[in-house]
Design a binder for this molecule. Structure first.
Ligand code: SF4
Length: 441
């Protein structure tokens, strides 16, 4: 039976941006004295934070809502799929409320309507960093919401609206609190980190007595003051990105860029309406590496986009060979309900898409493996994620959590999660490294 404290069950689906929304809602719930329970039968109501990015995610979200309704009966839906209320209501007319992404106030209103706010003098004991869903030593830092682009395969701008950047002082204060609370790595996320602040006209704010503009370069400068690892995700190769590379070379922020290139053929990039599609990407990558030879570039690609010819696919493979990116994820194009790319002619047959995906991954696997081989014998600073009897699992500057590889330290059982260490690389696989401990930091 649920306890006298109103208990909320929470299901969090989707990308890191949705995860940050979940953290904010959970923080608010805890701050108001609600309990959070991991079981439907102990909860007085359940919040489902949904994703609506691709059709598979929509289905997963609908299934999660269905399961919560069946198991608990009182369900509040939020997140990206919340923008498609009619679809949810049609499938599940009994949900209590449907709200969109980032609409924390509406979620809380819906919670208050079904479970009045408890009175508890101790609720203020919630840490001011909020409730994190990530391990204590790393945290996602969301700098903006929404997107001003119109990539034809994506419906995020429809779901999340235009770019709205958080003022830079707010972001830096949040980052400062996180670091004070023990966070060792900050992962900067948004839909388009390079566009940060455009909507605010690069508004000036003050932090620690100095003026900062709301823009990517100043954000990196500020975050670089905190002594934590700072990792940039979702950066597009605009010319001004060049400005942050020296900060990486100086060790102020991690030499790591997550740049979702998606393709290399100018015609396909144009059809995709990708930001910065006209930039001379290879030249830019070479220039970045000249300034910061240790730079790790991570990217994602789509193969089999409508109209992609054999020659354009080969162009993509040539780009891969030339660019020698460190970390790459790839997807066979899959239509997203409501995306404009669905109207493009030249649908690629599934078999051909899969075939291209396999060839793409083979080419990249060799590149990634060769790049990791070059690390054998080197000493790397790593951040420990987990420790067990078999040793420690850690990540280097080249490894973002969840999406990249890891460094296994066989003699690292004495380390602790969240601790830095220097290790010597002894072996390399396709994605991961093996290392021995040199010293704890
Ligand atoms: S940049 Fe393109 S893919 Fe990314 S959120 Fe914006 S529209 Fe979607």
């Amino acid at each position: 039976m649920p306890s006298s404290t109103p208990q909320i069950g929470f299901v969090s689906l989707g990308c890191p941006k949705a995860l940050v929304d979940s953290e904010r809602i959970l923080t608010q719930l805890k701050a108001e004295g609600y309990g959070i329970v991991p079981r439907y039968d102990k909860a007085n109501a359940v919040i489902v934070n949904t994703c609506g990015f691709i059709d598979a995610a929509v289905q997963e979200s609908l299934d999660a809502i269905g399961e919560a309704l069946h198991e608990n009966g009182k369900v509040i839906v939020t997140g990206c799929l919340g923008k498609r209320e009619a679809l949810i209501r049609e499938a599940y007319p009994d949900v209590l409320a449907v709200t969109g992404p980032q609409d924390y106030a509406s979620v809380m209103n819906a919670v208050h309507a079904v479970l009045p706010k408890p009175h508890d003098p101790f609720v203020d004991l919630v840490p001011d960093t909020g409730v994190k869903l990530t391990p204590r030593h790393y945290a996602y830092l969301k700098i903006s919401e929404g997107c001003n682009h119109h990539c034809t395969f994506c419906i995020i701008p429809t779901l999340r609206g235009k770019l709205v950047s958080r003022p830079i002082d707010q972001v830096l204060v949040e980052a400062e609190k996180l670091v004070r609370a023990g966070v060792k790595e900050l992962l900067v996320i948004s839909q388009d980190t390079s566009a940060y602040g455009v909507d605010t006209k690069y508004a000036e704010r003050t932090w620690r007595g100095k003026t900062y503009q709301t823009r990517m370069l100043d954000l990196c400068r500020g975050l670089g003051e905190l002594g934590a690892w700072v990792r940039l995700h979702y950066v597009y190769p605009y010319p001004h990105v060049d400005e942050v590379i020296p900060l990486m070379a100086e060790g102020r922020i991690l030499p790591y860029l997550d740049v979702p290139f998606q393709h290399a053929s100018p015609r396909i990039l144009k059809l995709m309406k990708r930001p910065a599609h006209a930039e001379k990407t290879l030249e830019r990558i070479r220039a970045w590496r000249k300034v910061c030879p240790d730079l790790t570039i991570r990217s994602t690609f789509i193969v089999g986009f409508p109209g992609e010819t054999d020659a354009e696919f080969e162009e993509l493979l040539d780009f891969l060979r030339e660019a020698t990116l460190d970390r790459v994820g790839a997807f066979a194009y899959s239509p997203v309900g409501g995306a404009r790319a669905n109207e493009l002619p030249g649908t690629i047959p599934e078999e051909l898409k899969e075939d291209r995906l396999e060839r793409f991954m083979q080419v990249q696997a060799q590149i990634s493996a060769a790049k990791l081989q070059c690390k054998i014998g080197r000493t790397l600073r790593v951040l420990v994620d987990a420790v067990d009897v078999g040793g420690a699992t850690a990540r280097s500057a080249a490894d973002a959590p969840e999406i990249d590889g890891v460094v296994r330290i066989a003699d690292g059982a004495s380390l602790k999660p969240g601790q830095f260490a220097d290790v010597r690389v002894t072996a390399a696989g396709e994605h991961d490294l093996a290392a021995v401990l040199e010293h704890q930091v």
